[in-house]
Write a protein that binds this ligand. Structure first.
Ligand code: GCO
Ligand code: MG
Length: 404
């Protein structure tokens, strides 16, 4: 018996970057942590939690994780969407953390125990030009990573989303308004196959190479890119088209066998049901925080297991180490879990969130501390207040806003 939720606090802070963290404390003094960060929209989820969810949590039985999930999801009437689902996700993570601590067990044990010894990580390598990218890839391989996402600058474009410096990569710029970047699909499509071919030539066949298109192509363009990359044995090509028109993925599938990964912007199983059941993707990327927490991503991943779609959750440095820990517990205990995105965090973030998870030789492990094995140093966080920050907006040369 775990006790009742006595206090629930929402902490918005910027130790290295902005994070929204939920802290639940039970009547027995057990603390549970949840991540509720939605990059560039942090205060919306903080308000959803403090104004509408926290009052419902006080006095609830902390043992009833699934009932609380259903109560917050079905009870609200207004369902789905990133803000609602991140808020529910944070509560869910915190309740699993509490249950683990009360049981004296790491959360992966509560999820059925380990089905593997460690979780494969993929990290990021970026370069403004090909020599810089090759250096970055080499550096990641030297550090033991076996799977690398490669993103490159494009000649004629000053900045390209996702191309930053090492673990310093931070897509959201601080300031009153989003930065605006020029995008040109033709330049990208002409340049990127050659870059990926050079990377493959350098790494040889064993390294898993991934590339993220960030939703920028039409289905026709995506199919063409997939065909152009087929000989390179990519591990995956990610988010080739905007996520809304899922039936259009059939066109991409008809023309290329390059493995496809989609899902970081999905929030529920209903957002990706057809992609999974029609097997229009190979990897489902739903993130623990943005898809309603551990309880709900498990349902998504179990549906995916039936269709030989593998789980490969989103895990950039703009979701907190609390989310990463939760994802790793799921990863260790989920049969069809393929790989976890892992970029590392800025030093301030590492200091703010002491954690039991570890990364070595290209693999991650959640650790064996009871619960999730991660917490927020609140005093440290208080010294780093929230600062408004936005993801950039892309425009074409004529000023038209481009798809993400
Ligand atoms: C990834 C992502 C990120 C997102 C970012 C948005 O695969 O890691 O696409 O680069 O764009 O997390 O907040
Ligand atoms: Mg992505």
């Amino acid at each position: 018996m775990t006790g009742r939720i006595e206090t629930a606090d929402v902490i918005v802070a910027s130790p290295g970057r902005n994070f929204v963290t939920l802290k639940l404390v039970t009547s027995d003094g057990v603390v549970g942590w949840g991540d509720a960060t939605v990059n560039g929209r942090e205060l919306a989820v903080a308000a959803y939690l403090s104004e509408h969810v926290v009052p419902l949590l006080i006095g609830r039985d902390a043992d009833r994780i699934e009932d609380t999930w259903q109560y917050l999801y079905r009870g609200a009437y207004w369902r789905r969407g990133p803000i609602t689902m991140a808020a529910i996700g944070a509560v869910d993570m915190a309740l699993w953390d509490i249950k683990g601590k009360v049981a004296g067990l790491p959360v992966y044990q509560l999820l059925g125990g380990a089905v593997r010894d460690k979780v494969l990580a993929y990290t990021h390598a970026t370069g403004a030009d090909t020599p810089a990218l090759l250096d970055a890839v080499r550096e990641k391989l030297d550090r033991g990573f076996r799977a690398v996402r490669v993103q490159s600058g494009i000649p004629g474009l000053d900045t390209v989303y996702g191309v930053g410096g090492g673990t310093g990569y931070e897509p959201a710029g601080r300031g009153a308004r989003p930065a605006e970047e020029l995008w040109d699909t033709g330049r990208y499509l002409r340049h990127i196959p050659g870059v990926l071919a050079e990377v493959r030539a350098m790494t040889g066949p064993e390294v898993k190479l991934l590339h993220d298109v960030h939703h920028r192509l039409t289905p026709t363009e995506a199919a063409g890119l997939g065909k152009a990359l087929e000989g390179l044995d990519l591990f995956w090509l990610e988010d080739v088209t905007p996520a809304e028109n899922q039936e259009l993925l059939r066109q991409v599938r008809r023309h290329t066998t390059v493995p496809l990964a989609i899902g970081e912007v999905f929030n529920t199983v209903w957002d990706c049901r057809e992609l999974i059941t029609e097997r229009l993707i190979d990897y489902i990327r739903t993130c623990v925080v943005h898809a309603g927490g551990i309880s709900h991503v498990r349902k998504i991943f179990q549906l995916a297991e039936l269709y030989q779609v593998a789980a490969a959750p989103h895990g950039p440095s703009d979701v907190s180490p609390v989310n990463l820990a939760a994802s790793l517990h799921v990863g260790l205990a989920t049969y069809n879990f393929a790989v976890q995105e892992y970029m590392g965090y800025p030093a301030l973030t590492e200091e703010a969130f002491p954690h039991a998870y570890s990364c070595s030789d290209g693999y991650l492990h959640p650790g064996d501390a009871p619960g999730l094995g991660v917490e927020l140093d609140e005093e440290f966080a208080a010294r780093h207040p929230y600062q408004r920050a936005y993801l950039p907006v892309a425009r074409l040369a004529d000023g038209t806003v481009k798809d993400w």
